[in-house]
Design a protein around this ligand. Sequence first.
Ligand code: ADP
Ligand code: F6P
Length: 358
Amino acid sequence: MAKYRKIGILSSGGDAPGMNAAIRAVTRKALAEGIEVVGILEGYNGLINGNFTELDTHAVSNIITHGGTILYSSRCPEFKTEEGMAKAIKTCEDNQIDAIVAIGGDGTFRGATDLTNHGIPSIGIPGTIDNDITATEYTIGFDTAMNTVLQLIDYLRETCESHARCNIVEVMGRDCGMIALYAGISAGAVIIAIPEVPFDEEFAIDKLKKARANGKRGLIAVFAEGMSANHDHEYSEKFVEKLQNATGIDTRFARLGHVVRGGSPTLRDRLTATNMGTAAVSCLLEGKSNVVMCMQGGKVTAVDINYALILDRMYKGKIQEGDLDNFSPDAIAEMKSTCAFRQAKIENLYKMSYEICE
Ligand code: ADP
Ligand code: F6P
């Protein structure tokens, strides 16, 4: 069993509801195992600048109900440089920090791998509302974000119903349509547009016309932010005019934006964060590092970070030369099948949403 005296915990990248629940779980589990915990402030910036806060059991009391992250977050380009990394390692040495738990997305995990390679064992916990990390079926914050979107769309539906209007709602998801897809289906949207599936404008407009012809007054179209990356800048906002011209239906636009990153985490986010946080400390004690805690088949599983990062690149069609060199044919086949499974799940849900939208 590996012995650690003091570990650091940080949150990095876009914040997500449930990050605090993960911070609490890591802290309480580590303290129960006789390990001291320091909170590193503002992600990898705090590691470079030695900006810490001591975390005792009292410091994490009552944070489970709060969105955001008590440790704050930031983007830290300096951490990607050799000088930045050298400063971070020195901070760990000077403060006797033996290991790091980093909560965030794929960028955060790249940082955790670099730390491990420089002698500080690190573990990742997936925290992002987007649910866009291929190795895990679930990321902390996704459920809260979807429920917030759902509530806001329900409000919009009421006014759409009153005025016989359509509302195009754009939701976060830079490269990923999961929030738009799940919340769109659950809100009874007529149109859903996500970057993972080709968007047939004519087909979608036709669906809207049919829904109106069937007597539907209030009409909702949910677009993922990532549609703009595949098409024009502000694609969803520009679609308002297209839709209006083609259907004659009075149409409004709402970009939900960062409001969806806030709020008290749902039960699912608190529970997942607690499971992943305690499992991360257990992994360290078992001598594991350079892993990310993933939800697979409903179970928290430790997945090698390099595997998770390359799998993610494969899913996003961004594999670079040499990426697969260190993986066995069996591992590559497993990666391909995970990607195919994820894509098929999304495509099936997308198809289903259009089958019942009129
Ligand atoms: P997310 O973790 O949500 O993907 P970012 O991509 O912004 O968010 O990454 C968060 C932080 O992780 C970055 O600001 C940087 O400090 C660190 N990071 C990102 N990419 C790398 C990398 N290639 N090497 C080392 N650190 C990285
Ligand atoms: O948390 C992920 C995410 O919400 C993306 O969907 C979005 O594009 C991005 O963060 C925006 O983050 P920021 O404005 O903090 O850079």
